[in-house]
Design a protein around this ligand. Structure first.
Ligand code: R5P
Length: 315
């Protein structure tokens, strides 16, 4: 493990520390600060020549600051002669703009993939990408982890009976199907229409949720509109307890307030994005993906397969 070094940007130091704890390694010494005019100042404060380096940084809010930090750290590591640099991006922002769904719009997921590669990433390790196909935007190896087992362990302890897994939109069917299979539960789908980037409307529910306890599963909760509207429709259709398991707690705008006034009993998110104090709520629980990332990093370092971490889950 001597050649393995882990650094962190400022986006999610707590998760980086968790990962290091599992790996029994100290965090690498790095200065990530700001010059007086706001430009990002980075200095790697230890020798990384010939090392297998992992830099942990989610490109979450403030997304442009965190992304730029990551790019500049990659550049510094490359110029410091690290042998291999893995960008560990627990939450990969800008992924939702992954195709031209309207005229004259960018494909930011591809742009960010290009930026990471040019900056110096040799490979990428990430979690529950918004769309699996984003993997193909990278011409460097990418390992894609899933939070499903972390959520399964959490909810299994609750011994929820008469359970249905619900996808809050048609795009999430594959993910929900994998969860339904894992939990041995029924599957239902909410047919959602997005009216604006911050508001959604439920058209139908496909599947039976009457008298069932449900877990809504999704990759992202941003404004919370999708989940809150889905929960309302589920309650109208007779669902009892309504839980949500969402990998990335983006929680933008008034998402927490919306959640608190919603039919959702409990939202469980991972720590792929640091949950700030202001966003904490009795209705939000956080499960850690620290061990999952630590295990993946160890396996990548020792050139071992990481598919055992997926437990046969493919989406
Ligand atoms: C959509 O395709 C995603 O899976 C999420 O459902 C969506 O990004 C959530 O956004 P919001 O919380 O703003 O409704």
């Amino acid at each position: 493990m001597d050649k393995l070094v882990i650094f962190s940007g400022n986006s999610n130091k707590k998760l980086a520390e968790d990962i290091c704890k599992y790996l029994k390694k100290p965090l690498g010494k790095i200065l990530v600060s700001r010059f007086s005019d706001g430009e990002i100042q980075v200095q790697i404060e230890e020798n990384v020549r010939g090392k297998d380096v992992f830099i942990i940084q989610s490109t979450s809010h403030p997304v442009n600051e965190n992304l730029m930090e990551l790019l500049i750290i990659l550049d510094a590591l490359k110029r410091a002669s690290a042998q291999r640099i893995t960008a560990v991006i627990p939450y990969f922002g800008y992924a939702r703009q992954d195709r031209k769904d309207q005229p004259r719009v960018p494909i930011t997921a591809k742009l960010v993939a290009n930026l990471l590669t040019v900056a110096g990433a040799s490979r990428v390790l990430t979690l529950d990408l918004h769309a699996g196909q984003v993997q193909g935007f990278f011409d460097i190896p990418l390992d894609h982890l899933y939070a499903i087992n972390v959520f399964f362990n959490y909810f299994s302890k609750k011994n929820i009976e008469n359970l249905a897994i619900v996808s809050p939109d048609v795009g999430g069917i594959k993910m929900a199907r994998a969860y339904a299979k894992k939990f041995g539960a029924d599957l239902a789908i909410v047919d959602k229409r997005r009216n604006t980037p911050t508001s959604t409307e439920v058209m139908h529910i496909l599947g039976d949720v009457k008298d069932k306890n449900v877990i809504l599963v999704d990759d992202i909760i941003s404004t919370g509109s999708s989940l809150v509207e889905a929960a309302k429709a589920l309650r109208q259709a007779g669902a009892k307890k309504i839980y949500a398991a969402v990998t990335h707690g983006v929680l933008s705008c008034d998402a927490v307030e919306k959640l608190e006034n919603s039919f959702i009993d409990l939202l469980v998110i991972t720590n792929s994005i640091h949950l700030s104090k202001e966003k904490q709520s009795k209705k939000i629980e956080v499960v850690s993906v620290g061990k999952l990332f630590a295990e993946a990093i160890k396996r990548i370092h020792f050139e071992k397969s990481i598919s055992v971490l997926f437990d046969g889950i493919r989406r």
